[in-house]
Ligand binder design. Structure first.
Ligand SMILES: [Zn+2]
Length: 307
């Protein structure tokens, strides 16, 4: 048995599997760094950065995305500190991101959000007049979405396993989701089948070639090895889209920021340096105040099926 950072219980070593590149299948790679049992590597053939070994698919769902994921005492390694009580911050973040949607859609339509978590994005879309459907495999968070956007609008499971109408949705979104999906090209191909004519795909994921990633090194907040199994850059994400049959319309770090509490800023600064968190500790007095932080280390991609 081995213990992994952030996981509540130790897991058998057989739950970890060495994997080749999830994009081109090559086993040739260069190691960026090693952290416990995990290595963050870059494929020598296609340039994809990925984690190996990683948890086998079944263990990913069972051990990572359970109750502790959404209310984690070790959120720098796994999950969120308190996903529920941060609702106002998430709602504000998604309201700001509406400008991307409005740029591409003159009027509301049907949206499918893959990995909808507590339904924050969809509740913002609902208030804009969109017909919303959320897909969420985690039993621990799905009831929150049902409560927020209506139980009839939330489905349990993974894309491809749930019976959803084909050629139906004007917009399909993956917010902070594709970096968790083992067969990402396969998932996006399925998404394409569910898009209505003229429909679009929106993806947000972290950019491993960003300046923040380079400056922060191993301390970059997106290195969470049990769950973030891929780290894309514009080139590798472009290849994913190409193989899934999409053409990219735009890829921008604008609006990739988030409203966070000052308490969160203090907590995460501990990861960089204990002294920094001491310097910032007076901010704990106003821990509930919100600030908008954009490190320009996310990519928001809008794409449409290639003709
Ligand atoms: Zn590769």
């Amino acid at each position: 048995m081995i213990e992994l950072p952030g996981l509540a219980r130790s897991i058998p070593e057989t739950a970890l599997q060495d994997v080749p590149c999830g994009l081109c299948g090559s086993a040739a790679r260069e190691t960026k760094f090693t952290d416990g049992p995990f290595s963050v590597v870059t494929c020598s053939d296609c340039g994809l950065t990925y984690v190996t070994p990683r948890l086998a698919d079944g263990a990913l769902i069972d051990e990572v995305y359970n109750e502790g994921y959404w209310s984690s005492s070790a959120a720098k390694d796994r999950g969120y500190t308190d996903y529920r009580s941060d609702a106002p911050l998430y709602l504000r973040t998604y309201r700001k991101r509406l400008s991307v949607i409005r740029r591409h859609f003159a009027r509301p339509g049907r949206v499918l959000d893959v990995g909808c978590a507590a339904g924050y994005f969809l509740s913002v879309m609902q208030s804009e007049g969109w017909d919303v459907t959320g897909l969420e495999p985690s039993d621990a968070i799905r009831p929150q979405a049902a409560e927020r956007i209506g139980a009839q609008n939330v489905r349990a499971g993974l894309l491809g396993q749930v019976d959803l109408p084909k050629g139906h949705y004007d917009l399909i979104t993956f917010w902070d989701v594709i970096e968790h999906i083992p067969d990402v090209v396969g998932a996006l191909k399925v998404a394409r089948e569910h898009l209505a004519p003229g429909g679009k795909l929106l993806i947000e994921t972290q950019n491993v070639d960003s300046r923040a990633a380079a400056m922060l090194g191993k301390a970059w907040q997106h290195y969470k090895h049990a769950e973030h199994i891929y780290h894309f850059n514009p080139k590798t994400l472009g290849r994913v889209m190409d193989e899934a049959g999409f053409q990219v319309l735009e890829n921008t770090p604008r609006l990739g920021g988030k409203y966070v509490s000052l308490g969160f800023v203090v907590e995460r600064s501990q990861r960089l340096h204990p002294a920094l968190s001491f310097v910032l500790s007076p901010l704990k007095l106003v821990a509930k105040s919100a600030v908008y932080v954009n490190l320009f280390d996310e990519m928001i991609v809008v794409a449409e099926p290639a003709s």
